[in-house]
Design a protein. Structure first.
Length: 331
């Protein structure tokens, strides 16, 4: 299969935002809806760059995209996974800011315009925003927190690691890229990127429409994929913990909070997804050998403190083994 590439003409000015859309075996209607949401923004053609990375779909959508002409850049590559598709987009992106969008989702105009205005007028390294499953949620009133560094934000807030719910300045990226071939690539990428941000604004604008799909990777109930997700998340936790050990104190505090949060989530998912006390005990022993368990005694959130206490003894773990799968099933 040959790669097909269509490029826009060279522009004299750098775009404000490069949108990187990753596409693989989805309906063309979803992809065009995504593209239309970007074209509907107030950005002039010279202010935007839209890159569609087709990660080796069975059928190329290129013929259906001809209507967009020079408004998009279409890249087709052999199937290599989401990480490599995003990395391919990063290699050719020329915008001051980068925005990732999955092809089955799209941006909501009014909330995202709020984020663009922050980028235009405040010029931060990152703008964090929220997502919604409600396609009619296009509210026009938003609040924005005071500017912080990424380390300050991570030290006091939990974060949505999904790479699609923030806008970031390309210059802070450096050599950072997504790790190929793993699940939870965002969990590894986002905290590293955030610690590079000297100026960060967070807003409650629900600017990203996230479509729930039963066939998506994150909802795949296949046992092999379930175990791979757990294994990959465990490896991400280990890598982030090792990074934290070599960081200056401020960044270390921030990263350690994130590692503790991910470890809590990992233990929760081991319980809910495997329902095996034997498997859980093995994984807790592995975490203990790395100094990641018991969870550190920190005043992060009420949920964290409750979970830490419950996992600190055998009785609490037994209760969690009984209760959490039932609670998860009810949700």
């Amino acid at each position: 299969m040959q790669n097909k590439q269509t490029y826009t003409p060279l522009q004299e000015t750098k775009p404000l935002v490069t949108f990187i859309i990753t596409y693989y075996n989805l309906s063309v209607a979803m992809l065009t809806e995504c593209i239309e949401s970007l074209l509907a923004l107030s950005l002039k053609p010279t202010e935007r760059e839209i890159i569609v990375i087709d990660d080796g779909s069975d059928v190329s959508p290129v013929n259906d995209l001809s209507r967009y002409g020079s408004d998009i850049i279409y890249i087709r590559q052999h199937n290599q996974g989401l990480s490599q598709a995003r990395n391919a987009g990063l290699r050719i992106a020329t915008g001051d800011y980068i925005q990732f969008v999955d092809a089955d989702d799209y941006l909501l105009r009014e909330p995202y315009e709020h984020c663009l205005n922050i980028a235009r007028h405040q010029h931060p390294d990152m703008v964090l925003f929220d997502f919604t499953h409600d396609e009619n949620n296009d509210a026009a009133v938003f609040s924005t927190n005071d500017v912080l560094s990424g380390a300050e934000f991570m030290s006091h807030q939990n974060l949505h690691a999904a790479a699609c719910v923030y806008l970031f300045r390309k210059t802070i990226l450096g050599e950072l890229r997504f790790t190929p071939g793993i699940y939870h690539e965002d969990e590894e990428f986002t905290p590293q990127l955030m610690l590079r941000a000297d100026t960060l604004y967070s807003t409650d604008a629900q600017a990203y429409f996230y479509r729930r799909r039963s066939q998506s990777i994150t909802s795949d109930a296949n046992v092999r994929n379930t175990i791979k997700r757990l294994v990959d998340k465990r490896r991400v936790i280990s890598r982030l913990a090792l990074m934290a050990d070599t960081m200056p104190m401020t960044e270390r505090v921030a990263m350690n909070r994130r590692v503790a949060q991910l470890t809590m989530d990992y233990i929760y998912n081991v319980i809910v997804q495997t329902r095996s006390r034997h498997y859980l005990d093995r994984k807790l022993d592995s975490l203990r050998r790395e100094g990641l368990f018991p969870l550190p005694d920190r005043d992060y959130t009420t949920k964290y403190k409750w979970f830490r206490r419950m996992t600190s003894n055998s009785l609490g773990l037994s209760i969690l083994m009984q209760a959490l799968p039932l609670m998860s099933k009810e949700r």
